[in-house]
Ligand binder design. Sequence first.
Ligand code: SF4
Ligand code: SF4
Length: 70
Amino acid sequence: MTTDTGYVTITDDCIVCDACITECPLGAITNENGKVIVETTKCVLWTCCANVINNAPCVSVCPVSAIVKG
Ligand code: SF4
Ligand code: SF4
């Protein structure tokens, strides 16, 4: 199961290390009862992040490449 935000998706490779939560400058990523999710409305508002998705803070910090575009 994945969480599709329109800009980033957290895949099943996520090991719930929570590193991306503090990296997102908009607080769009949260841990909800042990599952890491992206809040669509918060993520898509940061257009510069969407435009340089390969360097987005959440993508860069993930140790298992569990955050991907799409
Ligand atoms: S792409 Fe940017 S705004 Fe969206 S979750 Fe990642 S760091 Fe936050
Ligand atoms: S940084 Fe990667 S592995 Fe860690 S919680 Fe975020 S998506 Fe999951």
